[in-house]
Design a protein around this ligand. Structure first.
Ligand code: ATP
Length: 378
């Protein structure tokens, strides 16, 4: 009997072998009581890289960061920072010996110390020019004498970053660093933080459950689910080449359409697609279609029906029912207005979609010319 899936596409064989890794985790595990929270986790972070650990609440992101910082001891595996083992079965260095900076979610500034004294806290020479230099770098020159309660949330965030960067660590760890800021400020502060990290050549690991934030700020993203690594990759790879159904669903909105492998290719309600890797004829697979990948056109004879419309100003978010009864989503421009009940044609407007087999991504599949068995429009 032949195997259903016979090879793995190259884009998934992406375990990194970095020569300049500043942090390495090798098969790190941690449980609280009998509950595994971090499970056989291996990661590498390159020097100067902004690396995001992304996942839903409770998946083990903060615990991973605390293991790297030295606030938790792993049950198994090894953690290496700047080429030095800081934790394994025999070694456990405390946080202050690891040479990593830390920015906490609530910034953890000392309320009784001025901005300058907060930044100087980790420096040997507290009255030197370094404090002014750091505060100027984060755009807070002139606020040295203020106290934390006299600063906005964004300013407090920058003080916390300046304090973490003061001893010039090769890496800073940031735990949900923007979550206390409102939406407008958040986008601005994260751009500033990225600029500062890049200017100083400091690597960063920041944890977030906000996929948009991870895609926007990170050079590389690791997606965690229940303590396990689902996938690492660049933001583009994570979004366009999800390796698992979980990643596809968590990173951006996705619809999964049932499809069948035939001798002609993958037949679905939205057309015929090439197989990215050989799969036995007759197997059930799924196609991932994102709302921005589909387009609607008014057609009184159209086989699909609009069942919901949400107006978001810049865009319309539609839900459309296909002849099978299955609903899919389509994001259309602001002025493309259809009413609930309108009949429409829906088409996939990207040349490739991702095919999943038993929850694993097989790779991207090219649309095939329309045949009697399938066309790209409904
Ligand atoms: P969030 O996004 O909500 O902060 P997270 O992904 O950062 O979540 P963690 O804080 O790492 O998740 O927690 C993972 C799991 O471990 C959770 O179920 C949490 O309740 C549990 N946990 C964390 N710290 C401890 C602890 N010290 N003792 C017992 N359980 C813990």
């Amino acid at each position: 009997m032949s195997t259903a899936v016979q090879s793995v596409p190259m884009c998934y064989a992406s375990a990194r072998m970095l020569s300049d890794a500043v942090v390495q985790l090798h098969s790190v595990s941690k449980a609280f009581g009998s509950t595994p929270v971090v499970n056989d986790l291996s990661l590498e972070i390159a020097a100067g890289e902004i690396f995001s650990i992304l996942g839903p609440s409770g998946c083990g992101k903060t615990t991973t960061l605390r293991l790297i910082a030295g606030f938790e001891r792993p049950d198994g595996g090894a953690i290496i920072v700047s080429g030095r083992t800081v934790a394994d079965d025999n070694v456990f260095l405390p946080p202050e010996k690891r040479g990593v900076g830390m920015v906490f979610q609530d910034y953890a500034l000392f309320p009784h110390l001025t901005v300058a004294d907060n930044v100087a806290f980790g420096l040997k020479e507290r009255n030197g020019p370094r404090v002014v230099e750091l505060l100027t770098m984060v755009g807070l020159g002139g606020l040295e004498r203020r106290y934390p309660h006299q600063l906005s949330g964004g300013q407090q965030q920058r003080v916390a970053l300046a304090r973490a960067l003061a001893p010039q660590p090769p890496i800073v760890l940031l735990d949900e660093p923007f979550s206390n800021l409102d939406a407008d400020l958040r986008a601005q502060v994260r751009r500033e933080v990225r600029d500062i990290l890049k200017r100083t050549g400091t690597a960063a690991i920041f944890v977030t459950h906000d996929q948009e934030e991870a895609l926007a700020i990170a050079d590389h993203v690791a997606v965690l689910h229940q303590g396990k690594l689902e996938q690492t990759g660049t933001p583009d790879e994570i979004y366009h080449w999800p390796k698992t159904r979980f990643v596809a669903d968590f990173v951006g909105q996705a619809d999964f359409l049932p499809a069948k492998v035939t001798s002609e290719g993958v037949v679905s309600e939205l057309g015929l697609w090439a197989l990215p890797v050989p799969v036995d004829v007759g197997q059930d697979v799924e196609l991932m279609v994102r709302p921005h990948d589909t387009g609607l056109a008014a057609d009184r004879q159209g086989p699909a029906v609009v069942t919901a419309r949400e107006f978001h100003g810049e865009e319309n978010h539609y839900t459309v029912r296909l002849p099978s009864g299955r609903e899919v989503h389509s994001t259309m421009p602001s002025h493309a207005v259809y009413q609930v009940g309108d009949r429409v044609r829906i088409s996939v407007c990207v040349p490739e979609v991702v095919v999943f087999h038993q929850g694993s991504g097989l790779g991207r599949s090219k649309a095939q010319p329309a045949t009697a068995r399938g066309s790209r429009q409904q």
